[in-house]
Design a protein around this ligand. Sequence first.
Ligand SMILES: [Zn+2]
Length: 229
Amino acid sequence: MLREIGEGAVVQVHENPYSSNTYIVVSGTHALVVDPGISTTDEVCEVRRFLEVSGVRDVYVIHTHMHFDHVASTAVLRRYLSSRGFRVLVLHHRSEAEYLERGDNYVTLAVPFFDSVLEPTQIDLVVTDGYKVSIGEYTVEVIHTPGHTIGSICLVVPKLRVVFTGDTVFSDGVPGRVDVPTSSPRDLVSSLLKLRSRLHGEYLVLPGHGRLYRGLLEELIERCLRYLA
Ligand SMILES: [Zn+2]
């Protein structure tokens, strides 16, 4: 189900309760799709129809990190969109791209957590901290926030005062788990401090799971830091 959440963003809540949220931002003929998640065929079609109706031609699919519940449907979404004439680019942080391209089933948690298999997923553009992508009138900036996984990123859209936090920060002030392959509690603390130093004031925080948060980002990060202390 696709739902408007304000500030030009749309969220897809999936039938599969383990799937991440999927977020879409449209501007002009460009769209940003954050974390395709674990989609049913109907859900993939719903995204395609939404992009068609919105007049989108260029789709940037970006993952907040490599976990199966965030990336499982990227390959199929790309096929659906490409077959309808969309130009699709899939972006991922440099340190994890190879796991997706070779369809790693363990580091991505496909087998141990989801009893599933990850389709190898081509990455068109590897991104690093500070990378910027233009989506119509918006600039989307990558902040590398390792901790939950080595290549976790947050995405900031300054003009919308929106930040996509993946599994780094959740809306209840709890950070993502740090007991999975490539995760590091120390790196997560550093990443939270980095986020706090870069982003100030009110934001709409759109996490990988659960509800959104609207308010002072510093307060949310403070709660996560206390949780980890
Ligand atoms: Zn995760």
